[in-house]
Design a binder for this molecule. Structure first.
Ligand code: NAP
Length: 310
């Protein structure tokens, strides 16, 4: 494999879960220019153009997105602007300067009615505004005529940011009982694992034939669980790490989706088959339980999780 020339990498959404971790993972590939919403508002086309033209990256990694799944139902224009229009603009700007682009998408592009894990070529049918706008972003990038990767991931959590893990840990310390949905299946995926995998993928992708291997890839932790199973394992690990708090942690009750109505519908089956990624880039993600244990241990130690098995 040829050596990858040093890159100039523009990372968007650098205050988000994945964007934050990318700032740790990507420097081995070159110079990282990380921008947040203040430095480049994706809802403002002129800000996108100005930022890309001023920085002239060789690679754009777009970790910014409108991710408030339920809120998107009442703000479809904002979700469309950030998840689709901005992606098209980034692609257009990348084409002008000969840059490649890595973008993230979601299991929510599927309706979840299939019983087996989804492969990349399975038919999409998003159930929500968020899913529809993310799918529109995928399509915009695929037609941008640049070398690109769309990495679909799922159930992202980490030691910082807004996510299910941190919400559960907080509520479990405050309440006697938590009722958690147990009939949606997927793979909780740690933001630090996504960032580490992105660096490994980018290195291998840019080293040979990026145009040929452009496309959509599934990138989630191995294994599967439900939101209830995720919460159960998180509290089990927390109790092991903090035995003095174990008896005070909330009791978990499994409920069905119909008992927890939300503005946006979620797929029942969110499992993504990641074999294409493994075959193309030799990247396999850890089992979700192993990654979760490592994130919780690092949180306990007061440091972010950065280890990867890649
Ligand atoms: N979170 C999940 O469970 C999940 C699941 C599947 C796929 N994904 C995908 O994975 C990628 C990374 O998600 P994440 O979990 O890291 O999301 P996140 O933690 O919500 O971070 C998203 C970032 O995008 C930024 N952003 C939002 N609107 C913006 C705008 N107008 N201009 C510039 N920046 C803006 C946010 O800025 P502020 O900090 O200022 O709000 C935030 O820092 C996204 O493409 C997402 O769709 C996420």
């Amino acid at each position: 494999m040829a050596a990858v020339p040093a890159q100039r990498i523009l990372v968007t959404g650098c205050d988000g879960q994945v964007g934050w971790e990318l700032q740790r993972a990507l420097p081995r590939l070159g110079v990282v220019i990380a921008v947040n919403r203040m430095q480049m508002d994706l809802a403002t086309p002129d800000a996108i153009r100005a930022c890309v033209r001023a920085n002239r990256p060789t690679l754009i990694v777009n970790a910014a997105a409108y991710t408030a799944v339920d809120k998107a139902e009442s703000e479809p224009a904002a979700a469309q602007a950030i998840n689709a229009t901005a992606v098209a603009l980034l692609g257009e700007e990348a084409r002008q300067i000969g840059a490649a682009m890595i973008h993230y998408s979601t299991d929510y592009v599927f309706d979840g009615s299939q019983s087996t894990p989804y492969v990349e070529s399975d038919a999409t049918n998003p159930l929500s505004v968020y899913g529809r706008t993310k799918l529109a972003g995928e399509e915009a990038l695929a037609s941008a005529e640049i070398p690109y990767l769309t990495l679909r991931t799922s159930w992202v959590y980490g030691a910082r940011g807004r996510n299910f893990l941190l919400t559960i840990l907080k509520l479990a310390a405050e309440r006697p009982e938590l009722r958690i949905v147990a009939d949606q299946t997927g793979a909780p995926t740690a933001a630090c694992e996504i960032a580490n995998a992105t660096a490994a993928i980018a290195e291998r992708w840019l080293a040979s034939d990026p145009v040929q291997r452009s496309g959509t890839y599934h990138l989630t932790a191995s294994g599967k669980t439900t939101w209830h199973g995720f919460a159960q394992e998180a509290l089990r690990l927390r109790a092991t790490l903090r035995p003095q708090e174990a008896s005070r942690l909330a009791r978990l009750t499994a409920i069905s989706t119909s008992e927890y109505p939300t503005p946006a519908a979620r797929p029942k089956n969110s499992q993504l088959n990641c074999e294409k990624l493994a075959q193309t880039f030799s990247v396999r993600m850890k089992d979700w339980k192993i990654a979760l244990a490592s994130v919780l241990q690092e949180m306990e130690a007061g440091a972010p999780a950065t280890q990867s098995a890649l």
